[in-house]
Design a protein around this ligand. Structure first.
Ligand code: SF4
Length: 310
């Protein structure tokens, strides 16, 4: 049997554990509750919550316009949960105006990033977010960057490369702002954000802007990534467990591959194939921040079964 080694930090983070606990505490057959999108990006967790009575509605990024008005009629008892990734100010106000009872499970680390974005705009800084513009958390943060005239004061930049940043600056409508507040999607990799900031610094003189950087990265994520990178060197194969829609799970895979490890990303134990581990003496195991303990245990048990007798 191959030796299976777990990363020293892996699985449910504080924010996800908290969101799930809040929902488990709130769910009751006599008081229906709906979530605005997936509470966390993991199908097993979503299924488990559905069994306890949590209905899932489309998230704010899946419906156009007035989310509250669309939702109010469909929530039934009028209770709606904001997911761990959070929502923007307009969506929040819209839900309030619809008279819904809001259960807010936004992760405190995400709330902190939202508050920084809001503060930047109030103090007249343009917000620059290093992140995926389509990611729910990023969309939520950008939703807190409207100035008093309702204009959005944010730019989301997806890549850290110098040429890409120069192109963003050169193409900026009306000229690049002279005061820029810089932050990152919470689950991004520390080394990527450091490169993003270093490259921006290189461009400061030619583009003539002032820069204020806040580190909005999540310690849980950076700790898991460091543990996965360390483990990737000590094993023959890495297995990353987590939802395919989970950004931090995908980043864990990238971290392991970046360390040169053969890496497989699975959502469930049944996806594992024996051939992947035919030559492996040591198998490393890590899991995204939204992966429940049960999924990790099932993957470990199947790995033992697949490598038994050799
Ligand atoms: S990964 Fe970090 S930011 Fe995301 S939910 Fe977990 S604790 Fe919060």
């Amino acid at each position: 049997m191959a030796e299976i080694v777990r990363a020293s930090e892996m699985g449910f983070c504080m924010g996800v554990r908290r969101a799930v606990q809040i929902m488990e505490g709130e769910a009751a057959p006599e008081r229906p509750i709906a979530s605005a999108g997936e509470i966390v990006h993991n199908p097993h967790v979503v299924e488990q919550l559905e069994r306890t009575g949590v209905r899932q509605l489309p998230g704010p990024d899946e419906v156009d316009g007035d989310f509250g008005a669309i939702t109010a009629a469909r929530v039934g008892a009028g209770r709606i949960a904001i997911t761990a990734h959070g929502v923007g100010e307009r969506v929040m106000r819209s839900l309030e105006h619809a008279g819904l009872d809001i259960v807010d499970t936004t992760c405190p680390v995400v709330t902190r990033a939202q508050r920084f974005a809001q503060k930047f705009v109030r103090e007249n800084w343009h917000v620059l977010i290093f992140g995926d513009p389509g990611h729910k958390e990023v969309r939520g943060i950008t939703g807190w960057t409207l100035d008093e005239r309702g204009r959005s004061r944010v730019t989301v930049v997806e890549h850290a490369e110098l040429d890409h940043l120069r192109a963003v600056i050169d193409a900026f409508p009306g000229g690049f702002p002279n005061k820029v507040g810089v932050m990152a999607q919470t689950t991004h990799r520390m080394e990527d954000f450091a490169r993003f900031v270093a490259n921006l610094m290189q461009l400061q003189r030619e583009a003539n802007f002032e820069m204020h950087v806040v580190n909005t990265l999540c310690h849980a994520t950076t700790g898991q990534q460091a543990a996965a990178a360390e483990l990737a060197h000590r094993v023959d194969v890495m297995v990353v467990v987590g939802g395919r829609k989970s950004a931090n799970t995908r980043h864990l895979r990238e971290v392991c591959e970046g360390e040169g490890a053969t890496t497989y990303h699975v959502e469930s134990a049944h996806e594992l194939e024996g051939a992947w581990f035919a030559e492996a003496e040591r198998i490393g195991l890590t899991a995204g921040a939204s992966t429940p303990d049960r999924s990790i245990d099932e993957v470990e048990a199947r790995l033992r079964m697949l490598t038994e007798g050799r």
